[in-house]
Design a protein. Structure first.
Length: 227
């Protein structure tokens, strides 16, 4: 019932609007530049091979099902790209592939914020799931200790979102540098790459805002329950 509390909307609405805007930006930028062929006529697999080879990275490059499911798996040292990115020589493929290679570089060089984010993954997963349980159980049975324990556990999700932001921004910065150094983008294509990466970055900002908004709402409820 708490999620239908008008006060929750007061806390969460701004973050929700930012997320909706970010998702619209991603769809627009990706939809546009996925249809624009890059001048080098290289698909995502070719871009990945060239960038990985340039830095001597020992990673697997794999096709992955779905759309916009592209990611780097640091546990298996694998770059995974959705079918359209993997096979299509588009401007969008340039930006997305280089961004994920940027994550592989972070892993290779032991980039501290990435290590922190990786360390927070299990804590954030547990905190998000168990935090809700303790919070609402505490509200139902009237035990403030459970409520605050839930808030503390959920805070791990906020920390994870906060740690994610610099990791993603740095990966995009590396992506732009790599593509330019490798001669894979023209000045005009750089604008398309920037549009795709900037739209993606905005989704992480929105995720952080949502996590913070939910945490503040939980604290508001907890403080009110003490009166």
């Amino acid at each position: 019932m708490f999620f239908f509390d008008p006060m929750y909307l007061l806390f969460a609405a701004p973050a929700m609007l930012v997320m909706l805007y970010a998702q619209a930006r991603v769809r627009s930028a990706y939809g546009k530049y996925a249809k624009v062929p890059n001048m080098s006529r290289v698909n995502g697999l070719d871009v990945a091979r060239k960038l990985v080879g340039a830095f001597g990275l020992q990673v697997m490059i794999e096709e992955h099902p779905g759309t916009l499911t592209d990611h780097y798996d640091p546990r298996r040292k694998a770059l995974r790209f959705s079918r359209d990115i993997y096979n299509t020589p588009s401007v969008a493929s340039l930006g997305i592939v280089a961004h994920e290679v940027g994550h592989a570089l972070q892993d290779h060089y032991g980039y501290a914020p990435m290590r922190l984010r990786s360390a927070l993954v299990p804590v954030a997963n547990i905190g998000t799931k168990v935090g809700y349980v303790f919070f609402f159980l505490g509200i139902i049975i009237g035990m403030s200790g459970f409520v605050w324990l839930g808030i503390i556990l959920f805070s791990a999700a906020v920390l994870f979102s906060l740690a994610t932001l610099p990791v993603e921004l740095d990966a995009s910065r590396r992506a732009k540098q790599m593509l330019t150094a490798a001669g894979l983008v023209t000045e005009e294509e750089s604008q398309g790459v920037n549009a795709v990466l900037s739209a993606a970055a905005l989704t992480y900002v929105a995720a952080l805002l949502q996590a913070v908004a939910t945490l503040l709402y939980f604290v508001y409820i907890a403080m009110g329950s003490r009166r």
